[in-house]
Design a protein around this ligand. Structure first.
Ligand code: IPD
Ligand code: CA
Length: 282
């Protein structure tokens, strides 16, 4: 089967359609019993709606772009035959979803390359949709980032804090107790050097918050491609700089996204404290 050549704006529209459809599903069809089970640790929850949302996304792309792959947080997915893979987080912020805290999102990104291999994937179009607030963050490569709510839409750009000491920084914590110990030790070093810290519980939304200036930077150890692919593109298209532990590729052992004015100092700090705590295992 032949597919049309890549139209980035078209991929962005598909990402938006998918994120909104899955977002509506997880809100409208939320059951009283979420069927919670544990994944990597007892606090790492997954609900029946995470899987239903992923199933919807898999079918959505199978119908519209049958040669593309799908790579997501939950069961199901397929290899790409087009060079493009849809990297999906069917609910990012599952613990918030479970508790009814309105900071969760569906994250959908079209990625060029191999999302399963560190440093060899690039998001080229994507959307992050919070179905409670109705906020839709979206972008395609080279097209700028936008926040759309209902019929109003505006371009996004990062803030320009004067120095790291004035930067409001987001982070997140892993689900394993040992990992959290290292993250707490890292925070002891970081907190006195920044304006303040925020931990809201959805990495996808955190990266979009950098894009729209609600945060100056975000860093985290242990993120997966599905947590960050779409948010990373939105942040970059809004002017943010990103990197990982050793190079410009955000990855599992460290991902940071920052306003350019503090990026160098932020990167130096989070790399140093992450290395001191030992690199991510698992
Ligand atoms: C989690 C959220 C959280 C981050 C964790 C992620 P999930 O994703 O993005 O903010 O700190 O690292 O695993 O489990 O809710 O999809
Ligand atoms: Ca996630």
């Amino acid at each position: 089967m032949k597919q049309d050549p890549i139209d980035l704006a078209e991929l962005e529209l598909l990402a938006i359609g998918a994120a909104k459809a899955a977002g509506a599903l997880i809100v409208d069809e939320r059951p009283d019993d979420l069927g919670v089970s544990a994944k990597s640790s007892p606090t790492d929850a997954v609900t029946v709606m995470d899987q239903r949302s992923q199933d919807l996304l898999v079918h959505y792309f199978a119908d519209r772009r049958p040669l593309d792959g799908v790579y997501g947080e939950e069961e199901g997915g397929k290899r790409s035959r087009s060079g493009i893979t849809w990297v999906v987080d069917p609910i990012d912020g599952t613990v918030n979803y479970l508790y009814g805290n309105p900071a969760y999102a569906v994250s959908v990104a079209a990625v060029r390359g191999d999302p399963a291999t560190r440093g060899s994937w690039t998001p080229i179009a994507g959307a992050v949709y919070n179905p409670v607030s109705g906020e839709l963050f979206h972008a395609h490569e080279g097209g700028g980032a936008r926040l759309t709510v209902g019929v109003s839409s505006r371009p996004l750009s990062v803030r320009h804090p004067e120095h790291l000491g004035m930067a409001l920084v987001g982070t997140g914590f892993g689900y394993a107790a040992e990992r959290r110990e290292a993250e707490a030790a890292a925070l002891v070093e970081i907190l006195p050097r920044i304006r303040d810290i925020r931990r809201e519980g959805s990495a996808a939304l955190d990266l979009c918050r950098v894009a729209c200036g609600r945060l100056d930077a975000h860093y985290e150890v242990g993120l997966h491609v599905w947590d960050m692919a779409a948010g990373l593109l939105v942040a970059r298209e809004a002017g943010a700089v990103a990197g990982g532990l050793v190079d410009e590729h955000p990855s599992h052992d460290l991902a940071w996204v920052s306003a350019p004015s503090v990026a160098q100092d932020l990167a130096e700090l989070v790399r140093r404290v992450t290395l001191a705590g030992g690199t991510y295992q698992s």
